[in-house]
Design a protein around this ligand. Structure first.
Ligand code: ADP
Ligand code: ZN
Length: 749
């Protein structure tokens, strides 16, 4: 009996990966309904195209709320997967993300999968990589040539061999192998080979420490929770160098010992090689790595290994939270305060908060770790939602680095002009070098100088698409927009007045590197920032060289502040924190506090004490004061008061509505219209509505941007007001594709 005869006619509800909130219903043929399962991909006609969508539900009858009749429904083209690509757990998690963040379910589901796995025309198709192998058969060889004999002997010694390796080892050509295959003496077969993202990294020996008493106490508490196999959330507040990583690793072992899996999220791609090596040395091939700079094939293979259960430990950046891990027992979110956990484009989500929800749904333990917990997380401890675990001391009772503020106003007075480096910092760099110790110099900006100014007319060179100045990159001799990547050559004369008084203002990492090399010719300086990390291996190499002592001073952006462990670093200099403090964002004090505390954690991790020098024109700012005193709770108490007084999170929920488009009048009118609809929806006054105002970045990639901000003590009301306003705006003809609704934005810039 053909298998479709047992199946009944069904309707399928699919999520399409486009910027629309709703799902769509299609008819299935009896054959299709056999394979159709929630989580499988399906090709459906959408508009005038065929698109790959995701099955989210199956119905025997037409859904009652559907306004279409059966005859009006389109038929699906074909079901792509007989085994769903999305597991039930991931489907459920994606639904939560879509619902909570008002993100289109289709876009969320697409984000849970490795990129490029959809069949053409959506992209070139990623699949398993096959390699040809050769093995000998049982047939008795008769007369053979010397070359044929060489092949068979080689196979006898090695068992099966990859074709290429065999040709090389036996010193023959492919034709010899083919001749043997024709005689039936060898068999050529294909097998999937794994593309291993860590194939080129040297392995590290396992470090086997005895936990300190403080570590043991923390670990035992986590282990009890892991062993219970129920949901439990911890905030591990441990100063930098307190040995949090060791606890994460033990906790992962504990989850594996229960037959469950473990996941560790890290904030930066740059940190994955460091942790991956460590996890590899503990868990071997059970580790899978997820991050966006892997090649597509590598990512596909890692994802496949996780889905099949071959890999049971996942490490990765934010999208790893969607890894199809089976039987998840533990999620670690390292540096949980980092804003990189927030995806800044559709589909919006915060991987830390998603991790909490995933742990709840899958009865797992979740550990959020940080030396500077997000204000919201510490607030959750106070509210009883997370259990607090503390590691207040560094391992080996190493003292915390001494942090000092250098008042740049005095430096300016002394020299009569602004200086990049204070005398104090230069002296410290020299002393550190003289003692054969290393230093890190940090700048929160990249490029050679931040912008170009004409001293004659004051013209700055702006990006033609975005509302920002272009940044000068000396090594390539170009000016670049850091938002849209628009680049052009450096002008010889001012484009506005035609005079040649072009002047480079501000300083970038390249300039710091060059200044230091000029001042101290013997100092070996290297630079790490986003420009150099574009090349993964170069970045890893620089870190390795620094670690091996081949570099004295590492100049870089804030990515240097995190995670790395260099025992010989005894000095960290922060060239300027003022740009960060001045950002028009309610989190700017928190960010600055975090940056300084983290960076101070990089100094003095070995036996010698470290020091930190922070250059600023605002020496009395409370964020700097508490950061220098390494006083998290002092900062928390002051900052939480500010948040309460000014009605900012965690005391209110926030949503931002960004209206964007190429036509300024249209964007402005749409935002005014949206404001009107918000006011109507907010009749009960549950929300405060701000704007519309030009977004701080009022032009980006050729589009104008206006923003509205919603605040409310009730998250539910916030959503109801926003949703109702968007619905009536759409009913009045507004195109919602030009409106981004963001729930819990991490940055309101
Ligand atoms: P954190 O993640 O809290 O900043 P790490 O986990 O990197 O700290 O630990 C700091 C240093 O102490 C590392 O070099 C680590 O290898 C070492 N370390 C951790 N635990 C122990 C221990 N129990 N005994 C000795 N050294 C340890
Ligand atoms: Zn631009």
């Amino acid at each position: 009996m053909p298998r479709h005869e047992e199946a009944q006619q069904m309707f399928v509800e699919v999520a399409v990966p486009v910027h629309v909130a709703q799902t769509f219903t299609y008819r299935l043929t009896p054959e299709q309904s056999v394979d159709a399962k929630p989580g499988a991909r399906i090709r459906v006609p959408f508009g005038r195209k065929l698109v790959t969508a995701y099955i989210v539900a199956l119905h025997d009858e037409l859904p009652a709320d559907l306004k279409l009749t059966e005859a009006e429904l389109k038929e699906a083209d074909r079901v792509v997967d007989s085994v769903p690509v999305c597991t039930p757990e991931i489907l459920q998690l994606a639904r939560w993300v879509a619902e909570y963040y008002a993100s289109p379910l289709g876009e969320v589901l697409k984000a849970t999968l490795p990129p490029g796995i959809n069949p053409p025309p959506q992209g070139s198709f990623v699949k398993a990589k096959l390699r040809r192998f050769v093995r000998a058969t049982d047939l008795k060889p008769e007369k053979l040539t010397a070359k044929q004999l060489s092949v068979l002997t080689t196979l006898q010694q090695n068992g099966a061999l990859a074709l290429q390796a065999l040709i090389k080892d036996a010193a023959v050509s492919a034709a010899t192998v083919t001749s043997l295959e024709k005689k039936g003496l060898v068999e050529v077969f294909e097998e999937a080979v794994r593309r291993d993202p860590m194939a080129h990294s040297a392995s590290w020996p396992v470090e086997d420490y005895t936990l300190t008493a403080a570590q043991s106490a923390v670990f035992e508490t986590i282990r009890e929770q892991v062993d219970e196999e129920t949901y439990g959330a911890f905030l591990l507040h441990g100063v930098t160098g307190s040995g949090k990583t060791e606890i994460y690793i033990r906790a992962m072992h504990a989850a594996l010992a229960r037959g469950r899996s473990a996941m560790m999220l890290v904030p930066e791609i740059a940190l994955t090689p460091v942790f991956s090596r460590r996890l590899r040395s503990h868990f071997g091939d059970k580790v899978a790595i997820f991050h966006s700079s892997l090649q597509r094939g590598e990512r596909f293979d890692e994802w496949t290994r996780v889905k099949s259960g071959a890999a049971r430990v996942v490490i990765g950046t934010r999208s790893a939270v969607f890894a199809p891990v089976q039987n998840l027992g533990l999620i670690v979110v390292d540096e949980e305060h980092e804003s990189t956990y927030r995806q800044q484009e559709s589909p919006y989500y915060n991987a830390r908060d998603t991790a909490i929800v995933r742990a709840q749904k899958e009865s797992a333990t979740v550990v959020l770790g940080s030396a500077t917990p997000a204000l919201e997380s510490f607030h959750n401890v106070r509210a009883g939602k997370y259990k607090l675990l503390k590691l207040p001391q560094r391992i080996g009772e190493r003292p915390m680095a001494q942090a000092r503020i250098v008042d740049m106003r005095n430096v300016f007075l002394r020299h009569g002009k602004p200086r990049v480096f204070s005398d104090e910092l230069l002296e410290a760099i020299q002393e550190t070098h003289a003692r054969n110790e290393q230093s890190i110099i940090l700048l929160n900006r990249r490029g050679y100088s931040s912008f170009i100014l004409c001293r004659s007319c004051g013209e700055t060179i702006q990006c033609p698409n975005c509302d920002v100045t272009l940044t000068y990159h000396r090594s390539e001799r170009v000016i670049v927009c850091h938002y849209c990547n628009h680049r052009k050559g450096v002008p010889k004369v001012c484009p506005a007045c035609g005079k040649k008084y072009i002047y480079y203002v501000g300083e970038g990492t390249e300039q710091l590197e060059e200044l230091l090399t000029q001042l101290f010719p013997a100092l070996r300086v290297a630079r790490i920032d986003r420009d150099t990390t574009a090349r993964r291996r170069v970045f890893e190499q620089s870190l390795a060289d620094f670690s091996a002592g081949k570099i004295d001073t590492l100049v870089g952006t804030q990515m240097l502040a995190k995670g790395h462990d260099f025992p010989n670093v005894t000095l960290v200099g922060v060239v300027s924190v003022d740009a960060g403090l001045a950002l028009p964002d309610f989190r700017s004090a928190e960010r600055t506090f975090q940056l300084i505390t983290q960076v101070a954690g990089r100094a003095g991790r070995g036996d010698r004490p470290g020091r930190v020098l922070i250059q600023t024109y605002h020496p009395y700012h409370y964020a700097l004061r508490h950061a220098c005193a390494q006083d998290y709770e002092g900062f928390y108490n002051e900052e939480i008061q500010y948040r309460q007084n000014h009605s900012y999170p965690p005391f209110v929920s926030l949503a931002s509505l960004l209206i964007h488009g190429p036509d300024l009048d249209r964007v402005r009118n749409d935002s005014l219209e949206l404001r009107k609809q918000l006011d109507v929806a907010n009749e009960q006054r549950h929300c405060r509505i701000l704007g519309p105002a030009p977004a701080p970045l009022s032009r980006l990639k050729g589009e104008h941007r206006f923003q509205l901000l919603l605040k409310s003590r009730s998250r539910r009301h916030l959503r109801e007001v926003a949703d109702a306003a968007l619905k009536s705006a759409a009913a009045n003809g507004m195109n919602l594709r030009s409106v981004n609704l963001e729930i819990d934005p991490v940055s309101i810039m």
